[in-house]
Design a protein around this ligand. Structure first.
Ligand SMILES: NC(=O)c1ccc[n+]([C@@H]2O[C@H](COP(=O)([O-])OP(=O)(O)OC[C@H]3O[C@@H](n4cnc5c(N)ncnc54)[C@H](OP(=O)(O)O)[C@@H]3O)[C@@H](O)[C@H]2O)c1
Length: 263
């Protein structure tokens, strides 16, 4: 393409699976072209094939924490589409352990993928973004309140809230909005292994005042809304997608009335 795309353009990291895949499909349905970033090129090509005729998808295969990848992805948006309207920093490490059990390799890996990479993508994207653009970071409810065993996962997600707020202050007056979504637990590859375990059941059912589990589409729909004109006065916010888990002290009646068993 040698002229500016008529359609708006979104750059999505971690678009090869789970929440990122749902975000890509939602933006495609909403009229965007897409720059899709992740390590598994075959998954990104499959996404591009699925969206043929709906959206143009440019695949940038690589590790978000590798040098040059953010710049390569932003350059792809500008060279192929001539614009970049939205950046969604979704790729993240799911490594999760208490502080006293976290070694330096894990510490560095989670910070590299989930904190430094979003920062670098923002740094690369902001200079090419025009007024009306926006950035959405994917945090977690476990970055807005304490959660057992979260360790560096929770620390970097809290860091993303700070990054979102400082960018809201820095670039809001230029018409570039920054927001964060904070999902509760959503069934994806990241959580599949633990999905049936008691802690997930408690969070999803006993402690959430809602009659169904959250889905990747719930997250994608909210991100799309935040990027759209419908959300054009929302800046610097963290929106929890957790059915009310983080804002209530809900406990279902069965749990509330059960006796606590002492160890
Ligand atoms: N699922 C939940 O319950 C939940 C709750 C709160 C927040 N979140 C957040 O939501 C985001 C997406 O998670 P998910 O549940 O959709 O997980 P997922 O299904 O495991 O997908 C993770 C995505 O991130 C990509 N990714 C991971 N590391 C990467 C790296 N180093 N370089 C490039 N891409 C990388 C993966 O692609 P490749 O493997 O192909 O590189 C994949 O597309 C994460 O930031 C996560 O922390 C999830």
């Amino acid at each position: 393409m040698d002229s500016t795309s008529q359609k708006p353009v979104v750059l999505i990291t971690g678009a090869s699976a789970g929440i990122g895949d749902a975000i890509a499909r939602r933006f495609a349905a909403g009229g965007y072209n897409i720059v899709a970033v992740a390590r598994r090129e075959d998954r990104l090509q499959k996404l591009a094939g699925d969206l043929e005729g709906i959206a143009e998808v440019v695949v940038v295969a690589g590790d978000v924490s590798a040098a040059g990848i953010p710049e390569r992805a932003v350059e792809a948006a500008m060279q192929i589409f001539g614009r970049l309207d939205c950046l969604v920093n979704n790729a993240g490490s799911g490594k999760w352990a208490p502080v006293h059990e976290t070694d330096d390799a894990t510490l560095d890996e989670v910070i590299d993928i989930s904190m430094k990479a979003p920062f670098r993508f923002c740094r690369a994207a902001i200079p090419v973004m025009a007024a009306g653009s926006s950035i959405i970071n994917v945090g977690s409810v476990f970055g807005t309140l304490g959660g057992l065993d979260g360790g560096i996962y929770c620390a970097v997600k809290a860091g993303l809230v700070g990054l979102t707020q400082t960018m809201a202050a820095q670039y809001g007056a230029d018409g570039i909005r920054s927001n964060l979504v904070a999902p509760g637990v959503i069934r994806t590859d990241m959580t599949e292994a633990a999905w049936e375990a008691p802690p997930f059941q408690r969070v999803n059912h006993e402690m959430t005042p809602f009659n169904r589990e959250g889905t990747t589409e719930d997250v994608a729909n909210t991100i799309f809304f935040l990027a759209s004109d419908q959300g054009s006065y929302i800046n610097g916010q963290s929106i929890a997608l957790d059915g009310g888990w983080s804002t209530t002290k809900y406990l279902c009646k069965e749990a509330l009335l059960s006796e606590r068993v002492a160890d």
